[in-house]
Write a protein that binds this ligand. Sequence first.
Ligand code: ZN
Length: 619
Amino acid sequence: MAWLVDLPAVGKTWILIVLVSTLLVSLPASGIEFKHHNYASMTDYLRRLAAKCPNIFRLGSIGKSVQGRQLWVMRVTDHPDIFEPGEPRFKYVGNMHGNEVVGREILLYLLDILCEEYGHNSTLTRLVDTVDIRIMPSLNPDGYERSSPHACGERRGRTNAHNVDLNRNFPDQFLPKSKQPKAEPETKAMMDWIGKEPFVLSGNLHGGSVVASYPFDDSANHQLQGAYSGAPDNEMFKLLAHIYANNHRTMFHGNLCRGDNFPGGITNGAHWYDVPGGMEDYNYLHSNCFEITMELSCCKFPPASQLPTEWLNNREALIAYILAIHRGVKGFVRNRLTNEGIPGAVISVKSINHDVKAAKHGDYWRLLPPGKYLLTAHAKGYDAQSKEVVVTNCTDGVTVDFSLRPLSAKLPSTATLEQPLVYEHHSRGQLRTALEQVIRRCPDITLLHSLGTSVEGRQLWLIEFARQPGVHIPGVPEFKYIGNMHGNEVVGREMLILLAEYLCDNYRTDAQVTKLIDNTRIHLLPTMNPDGYARSHEGDVASVTGRYNAHSVDLNRNFPDHFHPEHSRGPLQKETKLVMQWIRSLPFVLSANLHNGALVANYPFDDHKTNSMAHFAER
Ligand code: ZN
């Protein structure tokens, strides 16, 4: 039976650790071969086990070492030929340093008992049934072949066949681009694997000390020792390290090897010593996967006679650490209408700056230590959803599903979304069509109407963006852009059409656009002078053709003038009257009027003689 033990942890929280030891004590020694396995015998061992337990084992390789050895991985799960939605993926990686061999051997023994005990031992059966486990006994088979047996402290065989330390070979967050390591074949294979599979939890087995070491492995200034470099999920990493150390027979003592002083048998990686380019940080920073590093033995390559003891030291810890994958929050993010999973949906936790992404079926796993959290699921094209979640010390974690409302009514079809922007002049009919397409795509936040008609009966189309279009909401400021007041100055007209498309297509997916529309009512009048536009022609750089309205009046000289109200430049034109009515109808706060012919932002007053709209708007 599992039993709970209260252990005082660092900080305020009490961490409860499940010890599984009593479950496994009764296990028979089975047919474990307590000897060292070189590449040939390891390959043979793995093939034999895969053949022995085909119901739960599949042997594969993620690539080859420099010298062409397979990077073997045994997949262990109850349905080894499929991926079960909602089942988390776990990995153990051993022997990344070729001369640190205890991890390699105990992973082979772990496979042995999983094969033997599946269907008999309830803990191991549950483990295989509920986790998709991958066991890689050696990431550095070339180094192993070079290493010296029974050499406790020697470095021979640590590196790969290119003499590169694989645990310094991953891209590093604190190294400049020019100093990033070039990935070795083994590293590259691992990075591809991490990128391809949605791992949740991982353990990286080393030797030379006895301690569980957690991210980050280095710090920004690469201080050699003593610089604590915590990840956003520092508390969870500490819990994971405690789970391994406390379930290990001796690790929690923290002082087993010469010079070791690790309270509780755990340490922050960078605080111990700076390791740039390490694998555990890469997992955390480039995928959903949390990885810690376990140092298993003072002697890196102990005699085979010590292997039974090493196995018993680690056996419960290896199992308990895999079971920790069920902690925290897990569930599915689904489309509320179709109930289909949303792959790639992002799960954020308030106050922890580290998001995870949902896998192929919308399934997600968010490791979290006990506590109260606010989780938010968001995905492009959907409303976000937040839920408060209490994570207890229950080792099965909490299931929380999200059901996101699609914004499909507001979104263009995929075809429209994918369409590149077409940069062309929009004639009268095309302008209307373009704006109509926008309101069809974003009906909830837009309104298309006309201020009225020009002298020649053309509509002054006006598109509006707001959370509640069509009404003035007290406290929500009103903004307007007016383009093409001079009919032959067309850039503003086109910019306003493009802006309308941009606002529509980025609402709810771009934070800035969303905030803007949620807090402002925006009015866009792409053309105030459609009659003039109809007379103008493309390529005309200098003439005034099309500048005026159909009565040959310059609309930007047609507004009542601040200084000389008596100096009217002819009768008020229809277009001018419509804009004046519009300006009076709403408490506009800010406006801009888009012209061409110079590149300048021009502010009031326009002058003291002519009538101008800027004056009027100010008044
Ligand atoms: Zn190592």
